[in-house]
Design a protein around this ligand. Structure first.
Ligand code: ADP
Ligand code: ADP
Length: 224
């Protein structure tokens, strides 16, 4: 069955409808791309699925929980323990080294320093950025920084990875490499991936594509 599922999500900002009755589901180990033009409601959908934004109506089910009915505190706790996030940029802590950045979520989840750093090293190696351990995010390239961000998101073994335009700031070669590493790692760990993008080239890495237009979603035929 699906790990994360939404039914009839509706959300408006004032008079602007962002979601107008959206259904969505993703299985463990499955990568689903959420496509659509700018302003179509993709980010709002991601934020509702991740429990960051509460929809006006509709429900989000995650692993036996009705996420939309949980308290803010409970949703935050689930987000920290079960979800990983990768954004377009600006997600690494500038004062910490790349290794410390990757280890940080593990430390916050109670993993001891040594074990957290060992895991962080393994993930940096897997994302093919072994040489940035002691550097701060400001001292590495955009492509390297994004690999560090993916390593950090996956090191905590999230059950759902939310990626919002994860390659938006990268050139196409780096973008393709990051997408390959991200989707391979997610499938290996059986993480479900919600991949928001407006680029067909990026969506091509997904198992399935959902198109959002004017706040409604439909499955793109022939991609399953
Ligand atoms: P996308 O991610 O596809 O670009 P969004 O989900 O960001 O779309 O936005 C959907 C609609 O909701 C747009 O009309 C946008 O202007 C509006 N919107 C999104 N976030 C906010 C907000 N915090 N306040 C007001 N309007 C918002
Ligand atoms: P809280 O402050 O406890 O998080 P809110 O003020 O955000 O609660 O929401 C009030 C009530 O409305 C909550 O008890 C919640 O269960 C319910 N609720 C809000 N949005 C949804 C939704 N999309 N689906 C189901 N229940 C919802």
């Amino acid at each position: 069955g699906s790990l994360l599922a939404a039914r009839d999500l509706r959300k408006a900002y004032g008079r602007t409808p962002a979601l107008d009755g959206v259904d969505f589901s993703v299985h463990p180990g499955e990568v689903v791309a959420v496509m659509g033009p700018s302003g179509s409601g993709k980010s709002t959908l991601l934020h509702c699925l991740a429990g960051i934004v509460r929809p006006d109506s509709g429900t989000v089910h995650y692993d036996g929980h009705v996420l939309t009915a949980e308290s803010d505190a409970r949703r935050s706790a689930l987000r920290r323990s079960d979800f990983g996030f990768v954004f377009q940029f600006g997600q690494l802590v500038p004062e910490l080294t790349c290794l410390e950045n990757v280890a940080l979520p593990l430390r916050l989840n109670g993993v001891k320093r040594k074990a957290a750093e060992t895991t962080a090293r393994e993930w940096l190696a897997r994302l093919e950025v072994d040489d940035v351990h002691g550097k701060r995010p400001g001292e590495v390239s955009g492509g390297q920084g994004q690999r560090v961000a993916v390593a950090r998101a996956l090191a905590g073994r999230p059950r759902v990875l939310f990626a919002d335009e994860p390659t938006g700031a990268l050139d196409s070669l780096n973008g393709e490499r990051v997408m390959t590493l991200l989707t391979d790692a997610a499938r290996d760990t059986r993480a479900a991936v919600v991949l928001v993008t407006h680029e067909p080239r990026v969506a091509a890495y997904a198992d399935r594509e959902v198109v959002v237009r004017d706040g409604t979603a439909r499955e793109l035929a022939g991609t399953a």
